[in-house]
Design a binder for this molecule. Sequence first.
Ligand SMILES: CCCCCCC[C@@H](O)CC(=O)SCCNC(=O)CCNC(=O)[C@H](O)C(C)(C)COP(=O)(O)OP(=O)(O)OC[C@H]1O[C@@H](n2cnc3c(N)ncnc32)[C@H](O)[C@@H]1OP(=O)(O)O
Length: 719
Amino acid sequence: MVSAKRDQLRYDGRVVVVTGAGAGLGREYALLFGSRGAKVVVNDLGGNFHGQGKSNAADKVVEEIRSAGGTAVADYNSVVDGEKIIQTAMEAFGRVDVLINNAGILRDRSLARISDEDWNLIHDVHMKGSFMTTRAAWPIMKKQNFGRIIMTSSNSGVYGNFGQANYSAAKLGLVGLANTVAIEGQKNNIHCNVIVPTAASRMTEGILPEILFNELKPKLIAPVVAYLCHESCEDNGAIIESAAGWATKVHFVRGKGSVLRTSIDEDVTPEYVRNVWDKVTDMSEAKHLNAIGEASLSLVEVLEKLREGKSAENSVTETYKFNYKDVILYALGVGATVTDESDLRFLYENHPEFSVLPTFFILPGLLSVMGSDLTAKAIPHAQFDLTNILHGEQYIELFDSVPTDGVLTTTSTVIDVLDKKSGALVVTQSESFDENGTLVARGQSSTFVVGVGNFNGKSKASSEVKALMPNPKRSPDASVQIKTSRDQAALYRLSGDLNPMHIDPSFSAIAGYKTPILHGLCTMGISVKAVLKRYGNDDSSLFKAAKVRFSKPVLPGQTLRIDMWKEANNRVCFRTVVVETNTEVLSGAYVDLKKIVLKPNMTAGKSLQSDAVFAGIKDRVSENEAKAKAINAVFLYKITDGGKVSKEWVLDLKNAKVYEGPVQGKADTTMTISDSDMVDLALGKLQPQAAFMKGKLKITGNIMLAQKLAPLLKTEAKL
Ligand SMILES: CCCCCCC[C@@H](O)CC(=O)SCCNC(=O)CCNC(=O)[C@H](O)C(C)(C)COP(=O)(O)OP(=O)(O)OC[C@H]1O[C@@H](n2cnc3c(N)ncnc32)[C@H](O)[C@@H]1OP(=O)(O)O
């Protein structure tokens, strides 16, 4: 009880003016504020709800407040004389902190029967009255650097209501008034909010169904208004609907809309408007805008796009909502596996480093282009469908934020159309922005439309299209082999590209393939992930950009070998080859990283994940021999004691073999480790310390030495 009182929202020292407080909602407001320490001005003209007659209702409410130990004065001025009401407050209490514009009357008539007087009276009481009191209180609140103002609107205004045209207009007018008062008052800590109450009162009796009327106690709304008027409430410019012990915020929303012409030089025609009317009225992506500036900004963006030629004809904007499930499903689709401990960050939403694979951000652009008629419009001469469309090339660049959930707004634009003789190549660029308008990703996707070339188009790409990087001539610095699953496409397609060519044998047969082929982006995802693992420490935030060409199709179940070349400026060039057929499937590819980070060799060994790698364990050569053969060897394992190397193992990435190195120097301590344990360690199946604890590593010597040795089992990588 004590703590409840301590937590109580209080209004001690505050002066609250409530108009129309003789009954109904206003009375409840006045009583509540009076009971919480405020000094209350109980204004009421004393008329009935038609604005006629006189009563001493305000005195009665004042009496109620006083008998409960509160402070209040009555005021019988009309709200149209708002300054007089404020004057009452100043004379009685010397300040005005809260103004609740609640007074209202009804003059319900169907439109044709509304007289001038009905119209004017309603507007005088609601609109002009609220304005007059607010204007009178304004300089006082400004001086105090504090004020809380409430405008009272109505669902009749928000939705309209038969027979209330005058009242509806005035009530929605108050929302407009509040919107601007909120903006003008912000800098002086004067907040103005709107309440949309549905309460049983003299005004609503006979209008609302009886069962509803009985539950719409004004008392249940008063605390909402009280909170809105408390100094701790930061809302300003909000519209709050409340009734029956329930409240919610109400927003105006705006649809995505549609441009009404194809370029800045075109006129808008009624026919064009008719043709895009579905888009104009589509509210599926409606959003609330917080300020008038946002509305103007979006118009500026529309104009800029039109000026750049990104018209409705060659550009499309879509939103893409995603969360951890999409991120994880994508990672599974490109081969992330819990059997590789370092992949867990892509698969488990509670992992401390939970992150999204960079190539995921190709999806919003790709899916929006696939779902649009951009390609068809770009090559109007061509007849095609999904059976003659291939993914030709893909570029992706990420900027600073790599979110794991959110809503991206992606605009895709056709930037090039090329005649490649055997086909047409349509290049689209997609830019994805997060909810704050920050650029997250830029992608370029080329669609190779087979068999519709020779249309006398240009064949050389424009400079805007990102170029491929030919692979260096030397043998690769590192190679990784990854076997795809027979179900790879079946899994990958769940990330959005449902093209039947990747799953439906009868469909792929029409396209000219014996069996369904793998998504190009799946091969790219697997390959870029392998590069990131090898040179980027599995850290998505180190990723900058990647580009590939899909030069030949891949079949689910085939083994991919990713050959990598570490180049200057943190660039890793790579190609991907199908091992079974020795066919290059990704060509001229590269990944740009922010920096190259090599993992300890232990992980490099793990990433091979294939027992076949160790099949050659017997095939041991010395380190020098390995070097002499120019094999791409990496020191996999180094056991040292006192700085002297006792044993080394060399992993040949190119030929997928492990070699035992020579024993250099003389170790002070003897250590025994079986070959199979060594392999398990290299594969990461056995953790060094766990192995040690299990007694699998037999280290003779004293315990101090053993402790020193354990961390040394993690070795550094060398290329
Ligand atoms: C945004 C929407 C994106 C697209 C939606 C994709 C939806 C997905 O569901 C579809 C997929 O994932 S399909 C699977 C992935 N893609 C592939 O498997 C395509 C593999 N590539 C090929 O088969 C051939 O390169 C092939 C058939 C494409 C071309 O081979 P050829 O006809 O033999 O051409 P070639 O004689 O080698 O070269 C002629 C000119 O074309 C250029 N070129 C070749 N391959 C290209 C490619 N993949 N991308 C871009 N350009 C390519 C050549 O450079 C040559 O140009 P030029 O004459 O100017 O030198």
